[in-house]
Design a protein around this ligand. Structure first.
Ligand SMILES: [Zn+2]
Length: 160
C-alpha cells in the first residue's frame, strides 16, 4: 500500500518466516546449553549457573535475568505428571514403603531437577532471541509505520 522504494519491504517477511527457525534455535540451544548467539560457546559454567561471557563470541550473559523463578515454576509442570504416576502406583499396587523410597522419590527428584537446566536454557535463549529481535526490528517497524506506536505484531502477548 505505502510505496516505499522497495529496499526495505523484504524485512518483515523475513522476520515472519524465520520465526519457526528462531523457535527451533531457542529449543536447540537451550536444550544443549549452548550460546544462543554463536551456538558454539557454553551457556552454563556449572549445572545451573550461567556463565558470565560466551568463551567463543563474547556474548555477555548479563542480559539474562538470573532468576530461577520461571524455571522453577515450569519444572513443576513437568513434575506434575510424575506425581500422578506415583499416586497411580500407590493406588494400583499398594506397594510397600520401600518401593516409594527406591522408585517414587528418585523419580520425583529426577523429574524436578533434570528439566531445570533445559528449561533455564530455553528461557535464556528466548530472552536473547527476543531481545535481539526487538533491537533488530524496532527501528524498521518505526520507520514503516511512521509515528504510530503500535504494539509489535508478533510478540505482543508476552507477559514476563
Ligand atoms: Zn557465543
Amino acid at each position: 500500500m505505502d510505496n516505499n522504494n522497495g529496499s526495505e519491504n523484504a524485512a518483515p517477511d523475513t522476520a515472519r518466516s524465520t520465526k519457526d527457525d528462531k523457535l527451533k534455535w531457542i529449543l536447540r540451544s537451550g536444550w544443549k546449553g549452548i550460546c544462543p548467539r554463536c551456538g558454539e560457546g557454553h551457556m552454563f559454567k556449572s549445572w545451573l549457573k550461567l556463565t558470565d561471557k560466551c568463551e567463543v563470541c563474547g556474548l555477555d550473559y548479563r542480559f539474562a535475568a538470573p532468576d530461577d523463578g520461571p524455571a522453577f515454576f515450569s519444572q513443576c509442570i513437568v513434575a506434575f505428571p510424575l506425581l500422578f504416576v506415583v499416586v497411580w502406583l500407590e493406588v494400583a499396587y499398594h506397594p510397600p514403603f520401600w518401593v516409594h523410597l527406591v522408585f517414587s522419590v528418585p523419580l520425583m527428584l529426577a523429574g524436578c531437577i533434570l528439566p531445570l537446566r533445559p528449561i533455564k536454557g530455553w528461557l535464556v535463549a528466548s530472552q536473547y532471541v527476543n531481545k535481539a529481535q526487538e533491537a533488530g526490528t524496532e527501528g524498521l517497524w518505526a520507520k514503516l509505520h511512521g509515528s504510530e506506536d503500535h504494539a509489535s505484531p508478533a510478540g505482543s502477548d508476552k507477559r514476563d
